[in-house]
Design a protein around this ligand. Sequence first.
Ligand code: PBG
Length: 323
Amino acid sequence: MMKFNRHRRLRTSAGMRELVRETFLRPSDFIYPIFFVEGENVRKEVPSMPGVYHISVDLVKEEVQELVDLGIKSIIVFGVPDHKDHVGSEAYHDHGIVQRATLEIKKHFPELVVIADTCLCQYTDHGHCGIVEDGEILNDESLQLLAKTAVSQARAGADIIAPSNMMDGFVIAIREALDEAGFVHVPVMSYAVKYASAFYGPFRDAAHSTPQFGDRKTYQMDPANRLEALREAQSDVEEGADFLIVKPSLSYLDIMRDVKNEFTLPVVAYNVSGEYAMVKAAAQNGWISEKELVLEMLTSMKRAGAELIITYHAKDAAKWLSE
Ligand code: PBG
């Protein structure tokens, strides 16, 4: 008889498969994104993201209670302000939408870990993530405003600051500003490796943050590059980041693994809006089994090295895991 290995021995029953399973998902792996808008009693579905809502700050209690009941421990807060201007003033205003939402959430749910997305693109009339002059996105001039935004978010009670703007030096600028303002204990979850991706389309609808001219390719990364991801992550580690986000997820699992192997900080996968929208569209057409597909995708991110996953599927996935 020819000699070969019998791998199927370890797959003979559900119990056996469970014994040898290497990767597990838990509700506490998920970070749920919430989009806050101005107004009262607003709960409006984002058309390209079925199941995701624009909600006003007064409705936050119900929304967050559901998450807490499902065992989700953390949310990331995005603001969609009514007022935009050239320098994104609403981003660093103490009464800005993220600041108000954060205050309200922490008042009712002190245990929930609230992460504030720190960027200017939802707040600027040109839709870029930094200051613009003569059609150029200025780096160093933007850092000061990002740092100011982070401090005001921390003052509102944000537990973690998550800068997503991809300016150079944003981690150290924010770290120093937080320290100076007395927030030495507030970690920075850096969008360290963020590609210029078509997968952000639905988010830009949801956040009203599409650039009004040009694109983000002078600050977000080229999807063709791998070593550059390690250089980006290295800088953020040196500048004092506490978590490293890789974004998007599905087309970048190789990068997630590289970052995991190279650094010891917790790695966070951002399962972005376009990835979510594709799944939802296929599910609505009955073309895929949503539950199995989503759990498979989320598992693949953990297997690729992510400790945490920012995902719009968080609520559904947490429900499915408890079934
Ligand atoms: C803001 C920001 C974006 C996302 C998160 N923060 C959009 C962008 O960079 O254009 C994308 C999230 C998603 O697609 O789910 N800079």
